[in-house]
Write a protein that binds this ligand. Structure first.
Ligand code: UD2
Length: 314
């Protein structure tokens, strides 16, 4: 039986991966510094060996990697506007931390690291869908930092023979995403506000589009990436998404139906560093992992609204 480490285990995606591993009986360690993760996200994960620690500290990385075979590296400061406000903090949490983790993973004899990449790597070029053969063109400090992490994965695979797999997530949403921060993902913020009868804000004209990906699909992609033969996936980068896109205005209308919100959104100027349109080509993950999304956007949104309605995220 493999032994797994999940970084960012008290965060939205990390806790969801840890829950899936524990549910199938695997042995899981988690690490989080609670910078954006929450203690309440650890409910139900009591069997996880949990460490409070910051990956910017090499000693914490060493402790976390000891005895581990496979790492899911989800820890990050995941927000474009946060990185615009404080690029150095984003760099420390996304780049320094990733390098420290890789060094510790190699020293501990970890076999594989599966990395949470970001669709922001593609930048704002108009060509859609985005496929992995396109040249990265990050436009925000966050996108640069996540892309640097991807390149470190590639280098550790080439130079040291560590097995690495990069999964480029496209706007993940679902239960356990924090709705409280100004830096939270848009769907978490909209769900919370609209269920509370508060007006949501759309930055820009609302015609920007995203390939919103329900969390269950991302968990499935990670489990497949951990299990796939090294010859097929090591050193590879692939999109993880649903390959359908929707505008924010359309999303608002859907959420109005699901939440019963009857007001209109407020419109404010577009945020700097923001990307206009995003849509993934997911054929590579299909070929290399056998990945295909199991939950579509509407069903994912319905489940997500129900989770927040039942008090999740408070
Ligand atoms: C980027 C990445 C995503 C992930 C994420 C981590 C792209 C296309 N996507 O997501 O893969 O790495 O960063 O944070 O680069 N918005 C509003 N009102 C709000 C909040 C947001 O209108 O209250 C807008 C925002 O300006 C943007 C869209 O909603 O146009 C999505 O914003 P987001 O912060 O949820 O995610 P995004 O696309 O920056």
């Amino acid at each position: 039986m493999a032994s797994y480490l999940v970084t960012g285990a008290a965060g939205f995606i990390g806790r969801s991966i840890a829950a899936a591993l524990l549910a199938r009986g695997d042995s899981v360690r988690g690490i989080d510094n609670f910078s954006t993760g929450k203690r309440s996200n650890l409910a139900g994960l009591e069997r996880m060996d949990f460490i409070v620690g910051d990956l910017a500290d090499p000693v914490a990385c060493e402790r976390a990697c000891s005895g581990v075979e496979i790492v899911f590296h989800e820890a990050a400061l995941a927000s474009v506007p946060r990185s615009v406000a404080d690029p150095v903090a984003t760099n420390v949490a996304c780049v320094d931390a990733t390098l420290n983790l890789l060094v510790a993973a190699r020293a501990a004899g970890v076999r594989r690291v599966v990395y949470a990449g970001s669709s922001s790597a593609y930048g704002d070029a108009p060509a859609l869908p985005k496929h992995e053969g396109m040249l990265p063109s990050p436009i925000s400090p966050y996108a640069v930092a996540k892309l640097a992490g991807e390149h470190y994965m590639g280098a550790f695979s080439r130079v040291y023979g560590l097995e690495t797999v990069v999964l480029r997530y496209f706007n993940v949403f679902g239960p356990f995403q924090d709705p409280m921060s100004h830096y939270s993902g848009v769907l978490a913020i909209f769900c919370r506000r609209m269920l509370a009868g508060e007006q949501p804000t759309i930055y820009g004209d609302g015609e920007q589009s995203r390939d919103f990906t329900y969390i269950e699909n991302v968990v499935q992609g990670n489990l497949l990436a951990a299990a796939a033969p090294a010859a097929k996936v090591s050193g590879q980068t692939m999109n993880l998404a649903t390959s359908s896109r929707i505008t924010l205005n359309q999303t608002f209308a859907l959420l109005a139906e699901l939440t019963g919100y009857s007001g209109k959104p407020a419109y404010e100027p577009a945020r700097s560093g923001d990307i206009r349109d995003s849509l993934a080509d997911i054929r590579l993950a299909g070929e290399l992992l056998g990945y295909s999304p199991q939950v579509d956007f509407r069903e994912g949104l319905r489940r997500t609204v129900e989770w927040y309605r039942a008090g999740g995220g408070n």
